[in-house]
Design a protein around this ligand. Structure first.
Ligand SMILES: Cc1cc2nc3c(=O)[nH]c(=O)nc-3n(C[C@H](O)[C@H](O)[C@H](O)COP(=O)(O)OP(=O)(O)OC[C@H]3O[C@@H](n4cnc5c(N)ncnc54)[C@H](O)[C@@H]3O)c2cc1C
Length: 447
């Protein structure tokens, strides 16, 4: 067995994630190999001890907060890159490898793993897979689900499952692999991940434009994305006050006192000038005024943009939401979100992955208050009325578990629960997360 600790000082760093929830782990285990994980699973079944897998601990809805007296299974040391297959554009990794480290390792191969969450400097591929994470580039490349080809999983029964294919397609019944992507450590623990890769564009340029507060995205987005489009791989949005908060981290690199749209353009050194010209024409045709600020390396823009949540948190925002609607309903979502904030007397901030119709409304509220529950519920109901989803990329965790039936209906939830029972009959894997059932509360909140 790897290392085990029950030292309170060492456990403190495992007791919470990037949410407001705090758990009380009994111990943390860092397994060495798959046999260790299987052994641990057998022990936990025998003594009915909850286990919670952990990568970077950057979840926003309590996905990695330990249940009471649970044991944290720390995968952060599992950082190996086991294989880079240039011919088939695949990579096999340990689940604890940090997203940006994979990016770095692939640079000399001319390949990349497209999902780039704002947390890419700290979140792991195990966590990204278990939450089906996305990032700005998901506009062009989709979320993590589109890039996971295979998983080695130790189920809650202790059984070992290898699921998925190295091939680009398979037609062997329903998507068994897909059940595990986004499963938030509730079905099994990943010990190895096979990911598909994309050819890396030679150049990625970031563009930043000021936009008026009343811009209609319903009108603008189709014009921005109409063929023959410049290759925009990301379109992000920050409202005026979020942009002002973020500009404190930006050393003067962002336009001031205005809402912002951030874009990424994929190009080559040879084509860059011409592509930038075409992009400027397209932006003007879509109704944007003025010249964009250019970030020659878009990754610098995304690392900066990834601090938006921290920036507004410094101003008191304590609820970070994550919802998405079809493009045509974005204006209604923005107006409705502001209306909910105004009606409840709550300061509201808005930013998100505009190209995916995915917004992260932030509210200055005690997340444990009744008002917070009401605001969240109203926002989720509004999102569903607009044909959207209650979680676009952060996951369900403990915070949204009570709302799962809003998304899938009672029948849908019962199907998910049936699969959960087969994989984890004793309910030891991350209880209180994802499923609305009568499981233990995830941990006491701290405001
Ligand atoms: C500043 C900031 C910006 C963010 N930006 C984005 C963004 O742009 N897009 C986005 O999608 N998310 C974003 N997030 C949320 C978060 O980073 C993602 O959900 C990320 O995928 C979590 O990865 P992690 O390694 O930190 O996972 P953790 O928080 O450690 O765990 C997440 C879940 O995965 C499970 N898990 C971890 N390892 C394993 C394993 N080996 N086997 C099975 N289950 C496992 C855990 O049990 C838990 O349920 C952001 C968070 C922060 C703090």
């Amino acid at each position: 067995m790897g290392t085990i600790t029950d030292d309170p000082a060492a456990l403190a760093r495992f007791s919470t994630d990037a949410s407001h929830l705090v758990g009380t782990p009994a111990a943390a285990v860092a397994p060495r190999d798959r046999e260790d994980v299987q052994h641990l699973m057998g022990w936990a079944r025998r003594w009915k001890v909850p286990l919670v897998g952990r990568g970077g601990g950057s979840s926003l809805d309590g996905e990695s907060v330990p249940p009471p007296d649970g044991v944290v299974v720390d995968f952060s040391g599992w950082t190996s890159i086991l294989e880079i297959d240039d011919a088939d554009r695949l990579v096999r990794v340990g689940p604890g490898l940090v997203n940006r480290e994979l990016h770095r390792a692939l640079q000399s191969h001319g390949l990349f793993f497209p999902p780039n969450p704002g947390s890419w400097t700290m979140s792991t591929l195990g966590g990204n897979t278990a939450t089906n994470a996305s990032g700005p580039r998901s506009l062009r490349y989709g979320s993590t689900r589109s890039w996971v080809r295979g998983l080695d999983v130790v189920l809650g029964t202790g059984e070992f499952l290898q699921v998925g294919h190295r091939t680009r397609k398979a037609s062997t019944g329903p998507d068994l692999l897909g059940f595990f992507v986004g499963s938030e450590g509730t079905l099994g623990l990943f010990t190895e991940i096979t990911l598909a890769l994309a050819p890396a564009p030679e150049r990625r340029v970031g563009l930043v434009l000021g936009v008026p507060d009343d811009l209609s995205f319903r009108a603008t987005l189709p014009r921005l994305l109409a063929p023959p489009a410049p290759a925009f791989s990301a379109i992000e949005y920050l409202d005026r006050s979020t942009a002002a908060a973020l500009s404190r981290f930006a050393a003067g690199r962002l336009p001031g006192d205005t809402g912002l749209v951030l874009l990424e353009l994929e190009t080559t050194s040879a084509d860059e000038d011409r592509d930038l010209e075409r992009a400027a024409e397209r932006l003007a045709a879509a109704g944007f005024a003025g010249d964009p600020v250019v970030f020659p390396d878009a990754d610098q823009l995304w690392t900066l943009r990834g601090q938006s949540g921290d920036a507004i948190e410094q101003e008191g925002v304590r609820i970070h939401e994550d919802i998405a609607v079809p493009w045509s309903r974005l204006d209604e979502l923005i107006a409705g979100t502001k209306e909910i904030g105004t009606r409840h007397g709550v300061t509201t901030r808005l930013f998100g992955h505009l190209g995916d119709g995915n917004l992260h409304p932030g509210f200055v509220l005690d997340p444990l208050s009744e008002r917070a529950t009401t605001v969240r519920r109203e926002l989720l109901l509004l999102t569903k009325r607009l044909g959207g989803t209650i979680s676009a990329e952060h996951g369900v965790g403990a915070v949204k578990a009570p709302y799962l039936a809003l998304e899938h209906g009672e029948v849908g939830v019962s199907l998910l629960e049936a699969f959960k029972r087969r994989c984890d009959p004793d309910g030891i894997l991350n209880p209180g997360k994802l499923y609305p059932g009568p499981e233990a509360a995830p941990g006491r909140g701290s405001s």
